[in-house]
Design a binder for this molecule. Sequence first.
Ligand SMILES: [Zn+2]
Length: 336
Amino acid sequence: VNRLLLLAIPALFAATAKAQSFDVSENALKAHVGFLASDTLQGRNTPSKELDACAEYIAAQFRRAGLEPAFGDSFFQMGDITNRRTGEVGQARNVGAILRGSDPTLATTYIVVSAHYDHLGAREPVEGTDTIFNGANDDASGVAGMIELSQILGAHKPKRSIMFVAWYGEEKGLVGSRWFVQHPPVNLKQIVANVNLEQIGRTDDSEGPRVAEANFTGFDFTDLPGIFQAANEGQDYKFTMHPQSSDSYFMRSDNMAFAAAGIPAHTISVAYEYPDYHGVGDHWDKLDYTNLAKTTRAVARGLSSLADRAEVPKWDRSLEKTKRFTEAYDKLMNGG
Ligand SMILES: [Zn+2]
């Protein structure tokens, strides 16, 4: 028996065990949400200097993870935002980074993991009243989850590349995600899926508490949610279809820009409707951070599995409701 090899065995097991767990930090999630949803940032209106401060914060997190910038040598993509009342055109930023895949072939293709970092801004200040729409659950929670994913997935050396993007202007009509799809930093054919995170922090759903469970919008539109379910087999977490909201919310978030271009795309949410939705009371301390960490871990398992598969997610062509998206997919792939 080789004595040196024997000594190495516990270390090998330790390495394997580490490779299978996802080290999501509850306190890091709390720190991200606490900052993004603070009163100082005035509700992250698009465009605003406070939104720009958030963009810098997110870029700093990407730098910390050692990721590549998604837009040439920049983490920022400047995009237009039209004021619907005045018609004036301003500018705001998508913030994006790439975790390069470890497989030389799959590394040229991308899974886009996203969340919107803007919210509704603030009303005119009135002494003694809360006028700031903090948007802690909507959608600082999704941004915090995305940031943590950008920090932890690299340890698993995913085969396919993963692009992390924070959108501006979701609350102004899905503006940032549409801008990205119209001005993509890579060929859209190289993007195999979009997984968007929305409202994953609060568990006090208006229908009752929702713990260790998240929904996919457009649950049966593609086989992607099934891949996430399989990756969480035997874990204390499930991805499910909401009987009404899964379909009705499909077009209501930033995944829609990708779906409209033919790319399999979904939004993951823990609660669709909750007290304080689009209200000034959507504060950081109302989130369930233990569950947010649990959700982020479950999403990490799904993404890791998706990134290591050679097969790409596919629309279910047998459904009438996917017709528009499969037509867009065929057009994207065949150019006609
Ligand atoms: Zn939202």
